[in-house]
Design a binder for this molecule. Structure first.
Ligand SMILES: NC(=O)c1ccc[n+]([C@@H]2O[C@H](COP(=O)([O-])OP(=O)(O)OC[C@H]3O[C@@H](n4cnc5c(N)ncnc54)[C@H](OP(=O)(O)O)[C@@H]3O)[C@@H](O)[C@H]2O)c1
Length: 308
């Protein structure tokens, strides 16, 4: 058994319980990881609320969390790329939802993991996988080329912090939406900030009178509607939060997939000093409810991490 944050049934974050849960059995291709940090994401509480019940099979008790960083303490007999003592990180989404990462230890197939970046501590590494991979897969999917103008809706959140940096690394000029208190932070990342809300269309129109080439929608709601008149000819849209809206516009919907190759790429960028990671706060497992309630308010800059 391992101390874990879990749902006994569907419910809001305040129904999360902290207690002992049996980890997944050690398969031959699995490793056991002593968890140093488990980043939290909106999808965790959305699963609790049952929003994904029609899409992913769910079993209780359900240990929450898909992000992890820690140290390998045991390796199955078929594991060859990882060994006891390795620092690893991973986006641990499996085909069913039951064994999450918000626990003192977790057993995972090695294919979900990669060596953690060496230049940051494991708590910071735990803030990267899900949102970093989402940003990487979306930016790559949009085939951004140098000189393009990219508008990022929700530039300062968990996914946004990585999306703006990866779009800049692709050579784009990036305009990002966030509330004013996050504008200096975005400027430091080389982003031209604008406020979201009614004034957005006018502000972006002034910054990019010829139109934007790419819209990355990381918030949903009316973001794509607001973007329609801002797109340049042959402009394209991608979303992680409004699949129907993106597809209706001939754009791309990205649902992040686990990828150890993608994690290795992100670790390389972090270690090269090209990608920074913003951890807004850490919480012990006992305070997971407070962490998720803060996340659910929707105004965290960067990431929150549970630390066992
Ligand atoms: N399809 C996928 O694979 C995938 C993967 C990851 C996430 N998602 C989804 O994508 C969304 C974003 O995820 P996330 O982890 O980045 O969320 P998050 O970190 O919780 O987002 C928080 C940020 O949203 C900003 N924000 C709130 N309302 C906004 C608005 N109307 N316009 C622009 N920014 C706004 C807040 O900025 P202020 O504090 O400045 O208000 C805050 O910085 C969520 O719905 C999540 O479930 C989907």
């Amino acid at each position: 058994m391992t101390r874990s944050v879990y749902y006994a049934a569907f419910g809001a974050p305040d129904t999360l319980t902290v207690g002992d849960v049996e980890p997944m059995p050690m398969g031959p291709d699995c490793v056991r990881v002593a968890v140093a940090g488990a980043g939290i994401n909106p999808v965790d509480y959305k699963i609790g609320l049952g929003y994904l019940a029609g899409a992913i099979e769910t079993f209780f008790p359900l240990v929450t969390g898909w992000d992890v960083a820690g140290t390998v303490t045991e390796a199955g007999p078929a594991v060859h790329a990882l060994t006891v003592g390795d620092r690893v990180y991973g986006y641990a989404r499996m085909d069913v939802v039951k064994h999450g990462t918000a626990a003192e230890q977790v057993v995972l197939p090695d294919r979900l993991l990669a060596p953690a970046p060496e230049s940051v501590d494991l708590v910071t590494a735990a803030a990267v996988p899900l949102t970093g991979l989402t940003a990487l897969q979306l930016v790559q999917r949009m085939e951004i080329v140098p000189g393009e103008v990219v508008l990022v809706h929700n530039a300062a959140g968990g996914v946004g912090q990585f999306a703006v940096q990866l779009a800049r690394l692709a050579g784009a000029r990036v305009i990002g939406t966030a509330s004013v208190r996050n504008h200096d932070h975005l400027r430091a990342l080389g982003v031209e900030p604008v406020e979201y809300g009614e004034a957005l269309v006018e502000q972006v129109g002034e910054l990019a009178p010829e139109g934007v080439d790419v819209v990355l929608d990381l918030v949903g709601g009316g973001a794509l509607d607001q973007s329609d008149g801002l797109l340049a000819d042959a402009g394209r849209v991608g979303s992680i939060a409004d699949g129907a809206g993106a597809l209706a516009r001939g754009g791309a919907y990205v649902f992040v997939r686990p990828s150890s190759a993608g994690l290795a790429e992100l670790a390389g960028l972090i270690d090269a000093g090209q990608l920074s990671v913003d951890v807004a706060g850490t919480y012990p497992l006992d305070q997971a409810v407070a962490a998720y309630e803060r996340l659910q308010e929707g105004h965290v800059r960067g990431k929150l991490v549970l630390v066992p």
